[in-house]
Design a protein around this ligand. Structure first.
Ligand code: C5P
Length: 228
């Protein structure tokens, strides 16, 4: 079996709710993402429970603070045994370098968030940022790679250009994935799972198309089928 590319976003209000789905999934099929919603309610115990069950966990807390604080938070994430952790590229080069040093080479994969996939050009203009989301992503990804990040979170639309610009092993983590039949929700820059993998995505972050489906296991299986 090839390495699973799907990361299921466990955007639930409690660990028991998340386990309702997790209990039915073999860890060989996907990774799991714990984000702000579940972590703020259930804390590190949510992460350690999933790690103990054999899952590789992406701790998606998007750290963004002064370098010292982010470095210490990344150390804490490393101690939890997570597989991947992320920080905001917009925290700047020194913040990313401090995180790199804290995590070391043996720790979790360290990923930089570029531009949230819910943001469009008009949102960036309002925030005073120059260029389209795509332009800003490319700029931030260049700084992220120079600062020693293992990869970036980006929208599927930016994969092709990032694959041209960045080193071969640079990881591209893509949310904003919608199976052909699913709705857009608040995601603006989307692609289907197969399109994103064909374009060069390393890992697909998929939340509501699975977690909010009437039958989440069927939804996961359908996406796996789409990827084969
Ligand atoms: O439900 P949906 O598939 O839109 O979930 C996408 C997940 O990816 C959410 O957990 C969201 O927090 C996360 N994410 C994102 N855009 C980013 C980074 C993370 O949508 N740039």
């Amino acid at each position: 079996m090839s390495e699973p590319r799907i990361i299921v976003a466990l955007d639930y209000d409690s660990l028991p709710q998340a386990l309702g789905l997790v209990d039915r999934i073999d860890p060989a099929r996907c990774r799991l993402k714990v984000g702000k919603q579940l972590f703020t309610r259930s804390g590190p115990a949510a992460v350690t429970t999933l790690v103990e069950r054999g899952f590789e966990v992406f701790l998606d807390l998007k750290f963004h603070d002064i370098p010292n604080t982010v470095a210490n938070a990344c150390r804490a994430a490393t101690d939890l045994g997570v597989w991947m952790v992320n920080i905001h590229a917009q925290g700047g080069r020194r913040m990313m370098e401090a995180a790199r040093e804290a995590v070391g080479d043996e720790g979790p994969r360290l990923i930089a968030v570029t531009v949230l996939t819910s943001l469009g050009t008009e949102d960036l203009v309002e925030l005073g940022m120059v260029g389209s989301p795509g332009d800003v992503v490319l700029r931030l990804a260049a700084v992220a790679e120079a600062a020693g990040m293992d990869g970036v979170v980006c929208s599927p639309r930016e994969i092709a250009e990032l694959r041209r610009q960045r080193a071969a092993g640079f990881l591209l983590i893509t949310p904003g994935i919608r199976p052909a039949a699913a709705g857009l929700g608040d995601q603006r820059r989307v692609m289907t799972p197969a399109e994103a993998v064909a374009a060069g995505s390393s890992f697909l972050v998929i939340g509501r198309p699975i977690t909010a489906a009437p039958d989440p296991m069927a939804a996961l299986a359908a996406i796996e089928g789409e990827l084969e």
